[in-house]
Design a binder for this molecule. Structure first.
Ligand SMILES: Cc1cc2nc3c(=O)[nH]c(=O)nc-3n(C[C@H](O)[C@H](O)[C@H](O)COP(=O)(O)OP(=O)(O)OC[C@H]3O[C@@H](n4cnc5c(N)ncnc54)[C@H](O)[C@@H]3O)c2cc1C
Ligand code: FES
Length: 248
């Protein structure tokens, strides 16, 4: 059911925007997501964009508040970035399946992919996280996580110079009695999948696909698995790495 929420705050965190709003619905599980749209000026007007709601994992849920994080990359995220205190937005969710507890956790996030890992870390306690970002400005979002964080940036402006998957491979060489929980861009998730498969380390990957409805009706979000195609919005967005031949 689509519900109206009220904006409490939108602030900048490095290159990202961080929204706190009311939660008019049930409590979500880490890894679940919402379809978001503003009540005013969301298409149907002159330019018709963004028109469709956009999918967002939640960053944190505390009491009757929900938090989201995004980078302004297109019409939807731009309009959300303009939200002002008190302004209303539509929330459809919580949707999809989240992370499941398994062995000792190791979190691996790339860029905006840290979002579902933050609430998962809240639930698991101070578990370690390996986080990769483009540069130091984006890496400011690492401050939203707790626990022991190891950073990597593409340009070396914060932490290890290189990809977060290099930190993962080195870490697993020393200790592979873990379950990896990962979210990030497809090339990063594909490398995580390959590293974990090679070492027989279980991994749960929070994937992304273009989503028009978010609840299984449009088939816009199908991804291939070893068992055939699944709809990421209802069968995911978290899938076992072992179920996938690859991440694209
Ligand atoms: C389950 C799920 C959870 C998600 N959670 C989050 C989240 O927590 N935070 C978040 O920011 N996004 C998240 N996304 C992605 C988000 O839905 C898209 O970023 C959103 O569609 C952007 O909408 P837009 O209208 O601003 O841009 P669009 O019209 O969708 O895209 C505009 C242009 O930007 C490009 N683009 C889209 N996304 C990105 C990106 N991330 N980086 C660079 N270029 C991009 C597109 O290729 C296109 O060229 C999630 C997606 C899914 C499926
Ligand atoms: S987004 Fe419509 S079926 Fe998944």
């Amino acid at each position: 059911m689509r519900r109206k929420a009220a904006t409490l705050q939108v602030r900048r965190v490095g290159a990202y925007r961080h929204l706190t709003c009311t939660n008019p619905g049930p409590s979500p599980r880490p890894g679940q997501f919402y379809m978001l749209a503003t009540v005013e000026r969301w298409g149907g007007g002159e330019a018709e964009r963004p028109f469709l709601p956009r999918a967002f994992s939640y960053l944190r849920a505390e009491g009757d508040r929900l938090e989201f994080l995004w980078e302004d990359v297109g019409p939807g995220t731009r309009r959300l970035s303009e939200l002002r205190r008190g302004e209303e937005l539509w929330l459809l969710g919580p949707l999809g399946n989240g992370f499941e507890r398994d062995r000792r956790p190791l979190l691996v996030g790339g860029g905006i992919g840290i979002v579902p890992l933050a609430c998962w870390q809240d639930e698991l306690g101070d578990v370690p996280a390996l986080l990769g970002f483009r540069d130091a400005l984006h890496a400011q979002a690492a401050g939203l996580m707790g626990g022991e964080v190891r950073l990597a940036t593409d340009d070396g402006s914060a932490g290890h110079r290189g990809f977060v998957t290099e930190l993962l491979a080195a870490g697993l060489d020393g200790d592979d009695d873990v379950t990896v929980f990962a979210c990030g861009p497809p090339p990063m998730l594909e490398t995580v999948r390959a590293i974990c498969t090679e070492r027989d380390v279980p991994a749960q990957l929070a994937l992304e696909a273009g989503m028009a409805c978010g609840f299984g009706a449009c088939f816009g979000c199908v991804v291939p698995t070893r068992e055939g195609y699944v709809r990421l919005c209802v069968d995911g967005p978290v899938l076992e790495a072992a179920a996938l031949e690859g991440v694209r």
